[in-house]
Design a protein around this ligand. Structure first.
Ligand code: TMP
Length: 212
């Protein structure tokens, strides 16, 4: 049986690693090579849930930590029908942050375990490839000041980085670590090669379920 579905490709990393730039370049490169590809990002701030999250990040509202964690997860779940539809149509989805950011950021807060944080996202469509843009916090700091949104401090980002490192030990997820300290072009070239392999490999495989 031939599935020929699109691949689900995720880019993760701490702030300033260049995720958004790389996602856009990847989608562009895929489209140029004649492949249907689209970008998605989480949080998706356009939905009602996304607007609550956006206000929280902009510090316009305060939400209890468990509550906001569940909202981030709900924001992914509400997109699942669309994700599945697009993949079924053969569209490659390039996603800027996913459940891994969800777990890394909340578990960087006091009193949260990785296990608890993962639960709401168990069963989400499983990415065929998760590329982690690795950037030393000192190099990240050299890329300029952090913004003013919640979580944008170097102390918090260091803890987030450690949580990502714990998540990357899980071999059930297809993690690839990319050195993001190099030029945009060099990073892009690495990403393209990894994607090519993954797109071809996943084309005929059923979509998996995350952390299940
Ligand atoms: P953005 O800057 O990529 O729009 O991400 C917004 C912030 O939200 C960023 O600091 C990471 C954080 N975040 C979470 O805390 N949980 C999540 O599930 C996601 C996707 C992002």
């Amino acid at each position: 049986m031939s599935y020929r579905r699109g691949a689900l490709i995720v880019l993760e990393g701490v702030d300033k690693a260049g995720k958004t730039t790389q996602c856009k370049q990847l989608v562009h490169a895929l489209q140029q090579s004649g492949r249907p590809a689209e970008m998605m990002r989480f949080p998706d701030r356009t939905t009602q849930i996304g607007q609550l999250i956006s206000c929280y990040l902009e510090k316009k509202n305060n939400l209890e930590d468990h509550t906001v964690h569940l909202l981030f997860s709900a924001n992914r779940w509400e997109m699942v029908p669309l994700i599945k539809k697009k993949l079924d149509q053969g569209i490659i989805l390039v996603v800027d942050r996913y459940a891994f950011s969800g777990v890394a950021f909340t578990s960087a807060k006091p009193g949260f375990t990785l296990e608890w944080c993962k639960q709401p996202d168990v069963g989400l469509p499983k990415p065929d490839l998760v590329m982690f843009l690795q950037l030393n916090p000192n190099v990240a700091a050299e890329r300029g000041e952090f913004g003013t949104e919640r979580y944008e401090t170097s102390v918090f980002q260091r803890t987030v980085q450690q949580r990502f490192e714990q998540l990357m030990k899980d071999t059930s997820v297809n993690w690839k670590v990319i050195d993001a300290a190099r030029s945009i072009e060099e990073v892009h070239n690495d990403i393209k090669v990894l994607c090519e392999n993954s797109i071809n490999a996943s084309e005929n495989l059923p979509l998996g379920e995350l952390w299940k």
